[in-house]
Design a binder for this molecule. Structure first.
Ligand SMILES: *Cc1c(COP(=O)(O)O)cnc(C)c1O
Length: 499
């Protein structure tokens, strides 16, 4: 299996190269040259496997340059029973009728990013051995909250790696901030920036391609790589849980083999839902992929009209991990759906860079609409959904998941399409205790500190508090740096001690 670039399809690299490099030299994203296909029999046979075996069955097809021993080392190290609070790793839970929730937040940082970021350091170090012998890998991360912590936790004290995380100073929840600023490990650093997530992401992207910084790193026998979802090694682990959810639905008796399901994904950078698209293309019987946004509804507009336009107000919402106006992974979808038209993708991305917008042809958007649906939920409805779900089904969901639930309810109301459905749940409600508690209380914001909030939410709802969040209380804050976005590259130099 080889990989190419969305902006230059003459490129051919192995999975190990794609994973260590993170992004193609031309600024494009690595994509598989072709997708492996699974027969329905093979998918059904995965239903009797534990998560780690399901993972190996899928990953084996993509990481063809990994040995079976390497694959086993990576997968069994990542999804260890002592790191995940559910033996199923990513359990599918029935809420009522055809509405099911895929809980992707049982990992060590209580957000779905763990599903990929527990595995990525393994994939990265095995890949680096193959392609970058001896080099130290420097991971730069721009985060809207959850990626940063999950990457720190995945890479902490991993030999021959260092990790720097930048987060928007006012763009993360208090719990997310605490999770990052208290991070342990000898190879980690964290810095807040005065700006929003898109500022942080754009700056990280340009640092990556800055020749001078690269040279300085090379002199120290270091190289950059990325743990953002532009890295193929972030995406490929996510494909697994769509196979796994289908298997769970079979095991729960919600569907029979070959029955289609719908999938709803609370979306930001478009990585999670893109993994669902890959799973569909590989043979998982997914009928529609429903893209759910919060008030930052740039994707809803794109999927409805074909015009992507980031020139709009940016809202800071209660679902901060989806407060994004540039959804990087959409580039990969455009590449695949346009018949691998690298020239078109390059020009669309140049337009986005220059004018902040682009428009695709009516034919292309029609093809995309044949697979994807989209909707968004404003803040008021997010709160109402959390409360209604708790009151009606005793199921407590976080703010991001609530966006998806609301968009799904709207979808069923407007289309009548209520086939068995899996809604991705991307974070533990305790990561966003204040918002969730406020919603459950019907809009009255409680005046409590973050940890009392957690206890109060537990008292009222009875939902278990994840132990990694409870233990934060006793941890020391280690990182208090704040910088302007213009100074991020300077910060990289000083945190890596390159100057
Ligand atoms: C990252 C994140 C998302 C968005 O996922 P994308 O792959 O960026 O679309 C949604 N919810 C939570 C809780 C997240 O951490």
């Amino acid at each position: 299996m080889l990989y190419t670039s969305t902006r230059d399809k003459s490129i051919r690299v192995s999975s190990a190269q794609a994973i260590t490099q993170g992004i193609s030299e031309d600024g494009g994203l690595f994509v598989p040259c072709e997708l492996p296909k699974f027969s329905i029999e093979k998918i059904v046979s995965m239903a009797s496997m534990p998560y780690t075996e399901r993972a190996k069955t899928v990953l084996r097809e993509f990481l063809t340059d990994f040995t079976e021993e390497e694959l086993d080392y990576c997968v069994s190290g990542a999804y260890r029973a002592d790191k995940f609070s559910s033996a199923a790793i990513a359990p599918t839970v029935n809420v009522s009728g055809n509405k099911n929730i895929l809980e992707l937040w049982h990992g060590p940082t209580c957000a779905f990013k763990d599903m990929a970021l527990q595995l990525l350091p393994y994939l990265m170090t095995v890949s680096a051995k193959k392609t970058a012998e001896g080099k130290e890998i420097v991971i730069l991360v721009a985060t809207s909250g959850d990626t940063g912590k999950a990457a720190l936790e995945g890479f902490k004290d991993v030999d021959k790696t260092r990790i720097l995380v930048f987060y928007p100073v006012d763009g993360v929840s208090p719990m997310q901030k605490l999770q990052m600023t208290t991070q342990e490990g000898g190879n980690v650093a964290v810095c807040a920036i005065n700006g929003n997530f898109d500022d942080a992401q754009s700056a990280v992207k340009s640092i990556f391609t800055d020749a001078e910084i690269k040279k300085a790193l090379a002199e120290k026998n270091m190289m950059f790589s990325s743990a953002n979802s532009i890295n193929w090694g972030r995406l490929v682990p996510q494909i697994v849980y769509y196979f796994s959810a289908y298997c769970d639905m079979l095991n729960m008796g919600k569907i029979s083999s070959r029955d289609e399901i719908n999938v709803v994904v609370p979306t930001g950078n478009f990585g999670n839902i893109l993994a669902g698209y890959y799973a569909k293309q590989m043979g998982v019987p997914i009928k529609r992929l429903i893209c759910a946004s919060n008030s930052n509804n740039v994707l809803t507009d794109f999927l409805k009209t074909g015009n992507y336009n980031r020139n709009r107000a940016f809202y800071t919402t209660t679902s901060p991990s989806m407060d994004i106006l540039i959804s990087s992974n959409l580039e990969r979808l455009l590449y695949h759906m346009s018949g691998e038209d690298d020239v078109l993708v390059s020009s669309l991305m140049a337009n986005l860079n220059k004018d902040g917008e682009y428009t695709v042809s009516p034919e292309l958007i029609a093809e995309i609409q044949a697979v994807f649906d989209a909707g968004f939920a404003s803040e008021d409805f997010v709160n109402k959904t959390i409360k209604a779900h708790f009151d009606n089904y005793h199921y407590l969901c976080d703010t991001h998941t609530a966006v998806a639930v609301k968009v799904y309810d709207d979808y069923v109301n407007s289309t009548g399409d209520d086939i068995p459905t899996v809604i991705d749940s991307t974070a533990s409600p305790y990561k966003f205790s204040k918002s969730v508690l406020t919603a459950v209380l019907g809009g009255k914001a409680p005046d409590l500190d973050e940890f009392d909030m957690v206890d109060e939410l537990n008292r009222i709802t009875g939902a278990d508090i994840p132990s990694p969040l409870a233990s934060l209380k006793s941890k020391k804050v280690r990182f208090e740096n704040v910088c302007d976005k213009e100074d991020m590259s300077k910060m990289v130099f000083s945190l890596l001690k390159l100057d």
